[in-house]
Design a protein around this ligand. Structure first.
Ligand code: PBG
Length: 336
């Protein structure tokens, strides 16, 4: 009900502080609730055994080899986290201009997915679809003469999606921002009998500076030539994001995402309002790094500001949140 339909409350008949007076009262009147059910944990996987490689720009986040990853994801499952999003650190020697390692059925991502589905079958596995982790240019698409090719890239993204689905991936998450990718991938999956595999589209993905630490994590920072502004969205735009989302839904996206999170809460709100579809938000690497860096200086309380950030996504209408803080948040939520 809109507040305009009520007479304006006035003091002293109305004292807003009465509803804030006790912890139990605040619990009763809380308007939004963050739950472990809302969390998706992005993880970085690397070759080897027993590997736990710290990522300096993301304190507390490590690249994990598959054996360690399955243990950690089992622990995340015990905390109640419903799903993980897998990102690979590909050996530089395997990176080629065409990014063909992206559709190697025995590549790191596919092996990680198979191991996860075997070890922790009840955890949803989400795979990133884009070429930046696999090509020598660090771009999400195939580059020719400095141009990121759209339709040629679609073919590779379709092959990448199909091998991920074959490996057991539950949700294909294209983050590449090529035009027409959702429709092309939906068709490729359906043609191969993967009509049960869902698509979570990185629909409103901005050309953001907040992805820096992630590019360190997957080892694409050194490779990247130029920027991603010819395919990721201009940070000034909002209407354009709604058109992106509309197109992805019409092409068959089951859910959509806004990315980054905190600087784009307006878009989370508008997307959810306009379309009412499952709407996810990615609390990206730079957002995590900022909080960690300030907390490490003793300038902010990490638990408090992290939970405040996650709650802001729920206020804005997000159904779920991809966050590197998923385990920290789950522990806090489970402790009550
Ligand atoms: C790859 C991809 C990126 C992120 C998710 N998938 C990086 C990029 O687009 O450059 C960023 C995630 C983060 O910063 O946490 N296409």
């Amino acid at each position: 009900m809109s507040s305009n339909s009520h007479p304006s409350p006035t003091f002293p008949a109305t004292r807003m502080r009465r509803n804030r007076a006790h912890p139990w009262m605040r619990r009763l009147v809380a308007e939004t609730r963050l739950s472990v059910d809302d969390l998706i944990w992005p993880v970085f996987v690397v070759e080897g055994d027993g590997q736990r490689q710290p990522i300096p720009s993301m304190p507390g986040v490590d690249r994990l080899s598959i054996d360690v990853l399955t243990e950690e994801v089992a622990a995340a499952h015990d905390l109640g986290i419903p799903a993980v999003a897998v990102f690979p650190f590909i050996e530089p020697s395997l990176k080629t201009p065409d990014g063909r390692e992206a559709f190697n059925p025995d590549g790191l991502v596919c092996r990680a997915v198979r191991a996860l589905k075997l070890a922790v079958p009840d955890v949803g596995v989400i795979c990133d679809v884009a070429l930046d982790e696999f090509n020598s240019d660090g771009h999400d698409g195939i580059v020719r003469d400095g141009v990121i090719l759209n339709d040629e890239t679609l073919e590779v993204l379709c092959q990448q999606s199909v091998v991920q689905a074959e490996a057991g991936c539950d949700i294909i998450a294209p983050s590449d921002m090529m035009d027409g990718r959702i429709g092309a991938i939906r068709k490729a999956l359906d043609d191969k009998g993967f009509d049960h595999v869902a698509i979570m589209s990185y629909a409103a993905k901005y050309a953001s500076g907040y992805y820096g630490p992630f590019r360190d994590a997957v080892g694409s920072s050194g490779a990247l030539t130029g920027d991603k502004k010819t395919y990721q969205m201009d940070t000034a735009n909002t209407e354009e994001a709604l058109r992106e989302v509309a197109m992805d839904i019409s092409e068959g996206a089951d859910s959509v995402m806004v990315k980054p999170g905190l600087p784009y809460l307006d878009m989370v709100w508008r997307v959810k309002e306009a379309f009412g579809v499952p709407t996810f938000v990615y609390n990206v690497s730079g957002e995590y790094a900022m909080l960690k860096a300030a907390a490490d200086q003793g300038w902010l309380d990490y638990d408090q500001v992290m939970m405040e950030a996650l709650r802001s996504f729920k206020r804005a209408g997000a159904d779920g949140i991809l966050t590197y803080a998923a385990r920290d948040a789950a522990r806090i939520l489970n402790a009550g």
